[in-house]
Design a protein around this ligand. Structure first.
Ligand SMILES: NC(=O)c1ccc[n+]([C@@H]2O[C@H](COP(=O)([O-])OP(=O)(O)OC[C@H]3O[C@@H](n4cnc5c(N)ncnc54)[C@H](OP(=O)(O)O)[C@@H]3O)[C@@H](O)[C@H]2O)c1
Length: 328
C-alpha cells in the first residue's frame, strides 16, 4: 500500500521516524508487506505524495492546512490526535476516505495528570505556591480526597482514566457522557447523560472536563453552570478550551466562589501573553501537555494505524472512525 506520513515541523518530539514505522510494522506482522512509505514535514513533500497515497498519517494542523487537494486513491486518513475539532466540519477532506482519530492512547498519562490536578486543588497548592512566591508562611489544612465528590464530563479514554484514579482515592465519581452510557468504565457511582448535567453540578466539589469539542459541547460549561458549582469547588479542563467560558471561570476564581482551577487547554493556543488567565488567582496554567507521553505516543499511534488498516482491508468497520455529525 502507498502510505504517506506528514510530520509537523513545529513538533519534532512527536515526529514519526522510519525506525518507529519499521518496528510498528513488525509488531503488526506487516514487516514484509512491502508498503511503499514516504515521510515528510514540508508542504512540497505532501504535494508530491498525495496523488498516489492510499493512506495518510498526520496531525490535524497539517490535515487542515494541506487539504483540500486531489487525492483520488486515498482510503484512510489517520489523524494523530484524539480530538478532531480542528478539522470540523470535515468538508475539506476527500469524501471517499475514512477519517480515523487517535482515540485510546492517552489514558495512562491523562489519568495521572487528572489525579495530580485534583490533588493539587484539594491541597490548595495554587494558594500555597502564590504565598511562597511572596515569602508568606500561611498554613492551610485540607481534607483528603476520600468521600469527596467529582463530576467527570466526557467518559472516554481520558475521562475514564481520570475516574478510575479518583475512585482509587475513594472519591465519589459521577460521570457524564453524551449518551448516558460508559461501556467498560466501572469507576463511577452514577453515569448520566449530558442533558442531566445541571442536576450534577451543585453536588460537584470537583469538576473535570474531558469531552471533545463539538457543536453540543462548545461553551457547555457556561457562566450559569460554573456559578452553580458549590462554593470552593475546583475545576480541571483537559478536553478542549472552548468547552468552558474562560472569562466566567476567571471572574468566579477572582471573586472566591471557585476555590481553584487547573487548565491544560484553552480557547486560543498558545495562550496569549497578555491573557488574564495568566494572572488569575488560584489558577494553574499548563500548555496542553496533560495527555501525551512522548516515549509511547508514536508507537501506540502506529499500532492504532495498523489496526485500522487491517480492518479496512478486511472490509470491517474501521475502529475510531470519526462520525462527522457528532464531531468526534
Ligand atoms: N489535553 C490533551 O492533551 C488532550 C489529549 C487527548 C485528547 N484531548 C481531548 O479530549 C477529548 C476526549 O478524548 P478521549 O480520547 O477521551 O475521547 P473519547 O474516548 O472519544 O470519549 C469522548 C467522551 O466524551 C463524551 N461526550 C461527547 N459529547 C458529549 C457531550 N455533549 N456531553 C458530555 N459528554 C460528551 C462521549 O460520550 P459518549 O460515550 O456517549 O459518546 C465520551 O464519553 C478529545 O476529543 C480531545 O479534544 C485532549
Amino acid at each position: 500500500m502507498r502510505i504517506h506520513i506528514q510530520n509537523a515541523p513545529e513538533d519534532p518530539l512527536f515526529a514519526i521516524t522510519p525506525r518507529q514505522w519499521e518496528e510498528a510494522a513488525r509488531r503488526a506482522g506487516e514487516g514484509e508487506a512491502g508498503h511503499d512509505l514516504s515521510i515528510g514535514d514540508r508542504a512540497e513533500e505532501f504535494a508530491a505524495a498525495i496523488a498516489a497515497a492510499e493512506a495518510v498519517i498526520a496531525p490535524p494542523g497539517a490535515l487542515s492546512s494541506l487539504f483540500p487537494v486531489a487525492a483520488p486513491r486515498l482510503r484512510l486518513i489517520f489523524c494523530t490526535t484524539a480530538g478532531v475539532d480542528g478539522l470540523a466540519p470535515f468538508s475539506r477532506l476527500p469524501p471517499a476516505a475514512v477519517l480515523v482519530c487517535n482515540r485510546g492512547i492517552h489514558g495512562a498519562k491523562a489519568g495521572e495528570f487528572a489525579i495530580m490536578a485534583i490533588l493539587m486543588l484539594a491541597a490548595q497548592m495554587p494558594t500555597l505556591i502564590a504565598a511562597q512566591s511572596c515569602g508568606r508562611w500561611e498554613p492551610r489544612y485540607t481534607q483528603t480526597l476520600a468521600g469527596r465528590r467529582l463530576c467527570v464530563v466526557g467518559l472516554g479514554t481520558l475521562g475514564g482514566a481520570a475516574a478510575a484514579r479518583a475512585a482509587a482515592f475513594g472519591m465519589e465519581v459521577t460521570g457524564v457522557s453524551r449518551s448516558g452510557t460508559s461501556p467498560g468504565i466501572t469507576a463511577c457511582r452514577a453515569v448520566i447523560p449530558a442533558d442531566d448535567l445541571d442536576a450534577a453540578l451543585p453536588e460537584a466539589e470537583f469538576l473535570l472536563l474531558a469531552c471533545p469539542l463539538t457543536p453540543l459541547t462548545r461553551r457547555m460549561i457556561d457562566r450559569r453552570r460554573l456559578a452553580s458549582l458549590p462554593q470552593g469547588a475546583g475545576v480541571v479542563n483537559i478536553g478542549r478550551g472552548a468547552v468552558l467560558d474562560e472569562d466566567a471561570l476567571a471572574d468566579l476564581l477572582a471573586a472566591g466562589h471557585l476555590g481553584g482551577a487547573v487548565l491544560d487547554v484553552f480557547d486560543h493556543e498558545p495562550l496569549p501573553p497578555d491573557h488574564r488567565l495568566w494572572r488569575t488567582p488560584n489558577l494553574v496554567v499548563t500548555p496542553h501537555i496533560s495527555a501525551d507521553d512522548p516515549t509511547t505516543y508514536n508507537p501506540r499511534t502506529l499500532d492504532r494505524f495498523f489496526a485500522g488498516l487491517a480492518a479496512l482491508r478486511r472490509g470491517d468497520p474501521v475502529p475510531n472512525a470519526v462520525d462527522f455529525v457528532r464531531g468526534y
